[in-house]
Design a binder for this molecule. Structure first.
Ligand SMILES: [Zn+2]
Length: 249
């Protein structure tokens, strides 16, 4: 039994009992962890800020018997990402990103690359304007798929063709060229979108966000990334439905 220091992002909170909450935190070196935040511990304003959804914080938790929940002692915010809570649209994007991260992460398995990716994405969303959100979403989803080991193979079509790429097949994780796509189910892409996807997946994280794409292309690419992720998770996330509804407003 000991106190443990954790640093990470609050990716989910659910009510527990009368006054407590259970936080899901994507923590450095520990992956996904669940922390019980009782009211007595978390109603001080500093701790409240540090434990709200999307906050990136330092946590001191008490680890009891094996298998029991971690209990929150102290929390101090590093970056509250306050901008994500004052815009309906940003909140919808951030909720979807955190939901995806929760689905891709396992308890107790280090997921530092995914944490870094989520942190960079939330930071860009927090500071940026609304019309940059799809671009951030494309990077987040394709990089998260890469971390999960299921990103599409960006070497071109299986036939060796690299120029006439016109379809992405999520179930198999492959691109297909004009000649080979006949008879296959997939998402339409053009050569430009293929190059952008390959760039996002192939570059290092620091430069993955720096590509230019018009708004309507970014919207369509975000749709492709969402469908690809949905195929991989084999699940419809409510946060994606919500994001699509907010976008359509
Ligand atoms: Zn081909």
């Amino acid at each position: 039994m000991a106190n443990v220091e954790l640093r990470g992002i609050v990716t989910r909170e659910i009510k527990y009992g009368e006054n407590s909450r259970i936080l899901t935190v994507l923590a450095k070196d520990h992956g996904k962890v669940s922390i019980l935040a009782s009211r007595a511990r978390s109603n001080r304003s500093g701790v409240l800020t540090a434990t709200q959804l999307f906050a990136y914080s330092d946590f001191e938790v008490f680890m009891g018997r094996e298998g029991s929940l971690l209990r929150l002692n102290e929390a101090e915010v590093i970056e509250p990402f306050g901008g994500l809570r004052i815009s309906l649209e940003k909140m919808a994007y951030a909720s979807y990103f955190c939901d995806v991260a929760n689905h891709l992460c396992y308890e107790g398995t280090e997921q530092n690359e995914l944490l870094r990716l989520l942190l960079n994405t939330l930071s860009g969303l927090d500071k940026g304007n609304d019309d940059d959100a799809e671009r951030l979403e494309c990077v987040f989803l394709f990089r998260a798929l890469k971390e999960a080991g299921v990103a599409p193979d960006c070497g071109g079509c299986a036939c060796g063709e690299e120029e006439d790429i016109s379809m992405l097949c999520p179930a198999e994780g492959v691109f297909r060229c004009k000649k080979c796509k006949e008879g296959h189910m997939g998402l339409e892409v053009n050569a430009r979108l293929f190059k952008v996807i390959a760039y996002i997946i192939g570059s290092n994280l620091a430069s993955a966000f720096s590509f230019k794409l018009g708004r309507s292309s970014a919207e369509y690419l975000a749709y492709i990334a969402e469908e690809y992720m949905r195929c991989h998770l084999e699940k419809d996330l409510k946060t994606l439905d919500y994001l699509r509804n907010v976008r359509a407003l």
